[in-house]
Design a protein around this ligand. Structure first.
Ligand code: NCD
Ligand code: ZN
Ligand code: ZN
Length: 443
C-alpha cells in the first residue's frame, strides 16, 4: 500500500481556499486534511505554502492520433498537458481515419492505451449518415458535431440530419457551432482579399471577416432551438462572441453547457499583425468587444469552463499563404499559466479557475471521481507557485508542433508539480514520470 502526504498547502476548491493538505493512498485521496497536521508514517512532501488544485480537465484537445502524428501524439500531447497542470484530456475525433463508429473508436483506444501520461476520454464524430451506428456506440466521452467545416472532414451541414441527431441521440453532444452557409457566403464576399492574402502577417485578419460573428450566432441559435425542442443535452464548443452569449442567455439551463478557449480570452484581432496565420483558428479570433463579453460571461456564470481546443499544426504549414494554412493552434500547456497570471492581475479568483478548469468540466461531462479535492476522488492534483514569474520558453514547449502564440509572454503563476492517479508525473521544469494515465469513467 503506497502512502503520500502532501502537507503545508493552500488547498483550492471551487468554493474557496484553506490551509491543509491531503493523504494519498493507492492513487486516491484517502483524506483531505485541514490545518497543520503531523503525518506519522508514509512519504511526506512539504508544499511550503504553495497552492494545491484539482488537476485541470481539458474537454477539448486534438492529439492527432491516429494518422497525423507528425503534428502531435499522445506522448508529446500528454507531456504538454502535464507541464500545464492538466491531468485529464478529452480527445476529438477529426483524425485520419475519422472516429465515427465503434470499430474506429476501439482501434483508437488500442493505439492510445499505455501511451498517454494523463487520463483521457475519446469522442466519436457525427456524419451525414452514421446516426444509427452512433446510437449503438459505447465507451465514448461524447459525440462531436461540426455544423460548420473546420480542420478535418467531419461535417453535418444538413439541417434535417442535425435535427435527427438532436431528437434521437441520448448522450452529450459537443458542437462546433458555425453556420456552413454563412461561412461559404463569407468566402464569396471576401474572395478578392483571400486571393490577395499572401505572406504578410496582417493578411490573416481576413479570416475573422470570412467567418464573421454572425456565422456563430446563427448556428448557436439553430442549435439551441432544436436542443430545447427535443430536450437534448448540448455543449457549445469554443464560444467566442457576445452575440452567441446573448442567445445562450435565453436558453441556458442544466442541459446546455458552454466552453471558451484561452485564445479567445487572451488574443484579439489586433494580434494578427504580430502572429499572422499562427492564430488562424476556427472560430476566428475576435475583436475587443467580444473578448470583453467573454470575460463578462465567465463572471455571470454563463460560461461553464475553459477548454483549450489544443489543435497543433506544423510551423511550416502555418507559414503557407493564408488560404493554404490550416486552422488551429496549440494550447494545453499554456491554459493554466495564462489563467493563473490573470488571477495575479486580479481578473478572477483562483477558486473560479478551479471551477472553470476542473470542477465544472467533471460535472458537465459526468467524469467519475475527478475534478475536485475530496475524500475518495482520484489524486489528480496540480501544485501551483503563484509567485513564480517566467517567460513561456520555446525550449520548454512539449507539444510536437514546437510553437505557441504565447511563446515569450511573461506570466506569473505556474504549475510546478502535477500528480496523476496519485503519482508525481511532472516536476518543474522538464521532469516527467512514466506511468500511463487511465481512460476515465463516466457517472
Ligand atoms: C481544429 C483542428 O485543427 O483540428 N481547428 C481549429 O481551428 N479549431 C478543428 C476544430 O476544433 O474546429
Ligand atoms: Zn471546433
Ligand atoms: Zn477543436
Amino acid at each position: 500500500m503506497s502512502e503520500l502526504f502532501l502537507t503545508n498547502a493552500k488547498v483550492v476548491t471551487h468554493r474557496g481556499v484553506f490551509d491543509g493538505g491531503v493523504l494519498i493512498r493507492d492513487g486516491k485521496i484517502e483524506e483531505v486534511l485541514k490545518g497543520d497536521f503531523k503525518p506519522v508514517k508514509g512519504e511526506v512532501k512539504d508544499l511550503k505554502g504553495k497552492y494545491l488544485l484539482p488537476g485541470a480537465i481539458d474537454v477539448h484537445v486534438h492529439f492527432r492520433t491516429p494518422g497525423q502524428t507528425e503534428k502531435e501524439d499522445f506522448v508529446t500531447g500528454s507531456k504538454a498537458a502535464l507541464a500545464g497542470g492538466v491531468t485529464t484530456v478529452l480527445d476529438m475525433p477529426n483524425t485520419k481515419p475519422l472516429i465515427v463508429d465503434q470499430a474506429s473508436l476501439d482501434a483508437k483506444k488500442r493505439e492510445v492505451v499505455g501511451r498517454s501520461l494523463v487520463n483521457y476520454g475519446l469522442y466519436v464524430g457525427a456524419t451525414l449518415d452514421n446516426l444509427e451506428e452512433i446510437k449503438k456506440v459505447h465507451g465514448a466521452c461524447g459525440l462531436k458535431i461540426y455544423m460548420g467545416s473546420s480542420t478535418g472532414n467531419l461535417l453535418v451541414d444538413k439541417k434535417e440530419v442535425l435535427e435527427k441527431f438532436l431528437s434521437e441521440y441520448q448522450g452529450l453532444m459537443v458542437v462546433h457551432a458555425e453556420d456552413e452557409e454563412c461561412i461559404e457566403e463569407g468566402k464569396i464576399v471576401h474572395a478578392d482579399e483571400i486571393s490577395r492574402a499572401s505572406g504578410t502577417k496582417g493578411d490573416a485578419k481576413v479570416h475573422s471577416l470570412v467567418r464573421a460573428p454572425r456565422c456563430a450566432e446563427i448556428a448557436v441559435k439553430n442549435l439551441l432551438h432544436l436542443a430545447k425542442k427535443y430536450g437534448a443535452r448540448v455543449h457549445i464548443a469554443h464560444c467566442s462572441t457576445m452575440a452567441e452569449l446573448e442567445v445562450i442567455k435565453k436558453f441556458k439551463d442544466e442541459k446546455v453547457s458552454v466552453e471558451v478557449t484561452p485564445h479567445h480570452l487572451f488574443l484579439t484581432d489586433k494580434d494578427y499583425e504580430m502572429y499572422g496565420n499562427l492564430i488562424k483558428v476556427n472560430p476566428p479570433i475576435r475583436g475587443l468587444t467580444d473578448q470583453v463579453a467573454l470575460w463578462q460571461g465567465i463572471k455571470e456564470g454563463l460560461i461553464d469552463m475553459v477548454a483549450t481546443d489544443h489543435a497543433p499544426h506544423l510551423y511550416e504549414e502555418k507559414m503557407r499563404p493564408y488560404a493554404e494554412a490550416p486552422s488551429g493552434l496549440p494550447g494545453v500547456q499554456t491554459m493554466m499559466p495564462l489563467l493563473l497570471n490573470a488571477v495575479n492581475e486580479g481578473k478572477l479568483s483562483i477558486s473560479k479557475v478551479v471551477e472553470l478548469t476542473s470542477y465544472n468540466p467533471a460535472r458537465c461531462f459526468g467524469i467519475k471521481d475527478r475534478g475536485a479535492i475530496e475524500n475518495g476522488y482520484y489524486a489528480d492534483l496540480t501544485v501551483v507557485d503563484m509567485d513564480l514569474a517566467r517567460n513561456v520558453e520555446r525550449e520548454f514547449l512539449f507539444s510536437k508542433c514546437g510553437w505557441s502564440p504565447f511563446a515569450d509572454w511573461k506570466l506569473k503563476g505556474w504549475p510546478v508539480m502535477t500528480l496523476v492517479n496519485g503519482e508525481i508525473m511532472y516536476e518543474w521544469r522538464d521532469k516527467f514520470g512514466e506511468r500511463a494515465g487511465f481512460e476515465v469513467e463516466y457517472t
